[in-house]
Design a protein around this ligand. Sequence first.
Ligand code: HEM
Length: 163
Amino acid sequence: MEGRSEMNGIRTRTPEQRRREIRERAEAMGVDEAFVGALVDGFYGRIREDAVLGPVFNREIEDRWDVHLAKMKAFWSSVALGKEGYDGRPIPAHIKLQDLTHADFERWMDMFAATLDELGASEDARLFFLERAGRISASLQMAMFGNPELGLPPAGAWAKKTT
Ligand code: HEM
């Protein structure tokens, strides 16, 4: 079977195959560069006006909104369109935001969903972006807060432990 190892059935794809699959899926979902641009502009337009998250972003980004928007367009173009050009590091960018809570991340997701609805995203595109954002949100929260129920500390805690 194409893309599957004969040994164990585990799917292995080259970076080129992966990008081609992403591009085909994007086309089927009606997602292109213009859509990603409108999503990022629309979402951060909302965020900047938001009573809770606006001050957090404005405090951190100050007068560098053009840089942030370009970075986020490159990020979502990489995730959704298989484009190269994003080489940032999301976890350190968020770990330094010490005052965030789980509720802030939920608010972020609600605003992301509202932007997708406003843009009239196809059902597939809506599910795709929410699934991706949700997974990244969960991994950022895991890195920031750990998971006390599972006894897992935030990122960096193991290295700080002394014997
Ligand atoms: C309440 C929740 C969040 C807040 C307040 C927040 C805030 C920020 C801020 C202030 C930055 C800019 C950091 C800097 O340039 O120094 C940033 C970067 C970024 N954020 Fe978030 N964020 C949140 C949630 C998320 C989620 C859920 C995603 C998932 C897609 C995300 C993806 C990113 C990415 C990819 C960057 C660029 C990181 C880099 O490469 O530098 N953020 N965020």
